[in-house]
Design a binder for this molecule. Sequence first.
Ligand SMILES: [Zn+2]
Length: 135
Amino acid sequence: MREPRLFATLSTSDLNALSYWRRSRTGALVAWPPGTRYGPVLLEKDIPLGLPRHERRDYKLNWYTATVVPWLRHAHAAVEAEPLAAAARFAAWTSRCLCCARRLEDAHGRLAGACTGCRGRLPHDVLTALISLRH
Ligand SMILES: [Zn+2]
């Protein structure tokens, strides 16, 4: 059996924060495509000047903990709250299979959000729900 493994979410706190996620074999959500980073970015100009090396490291760590970690939790919670809707969104926005990320080439694939190989291996109730979410 297959299950949706790719998701898309739009952060409610930052409407430009579109992000794509893939569920790893361990169940964790990782940014997709590989190597992509989402969320707030600490720019060099935003780090106070003149900090000693260890304070600079602590500043970055504290900023990450206070800014990026909550952002990631929020994005992941959005996926976990409505995984099928997030998977359908991934397929609609990328035209890729929500299980394996192959390009959706035919009308049936685009309707279900899953490629030919994955479509037949999705549970029937999941496939039905995905199709209804696309309309
Ligand atoms: Zn597929």
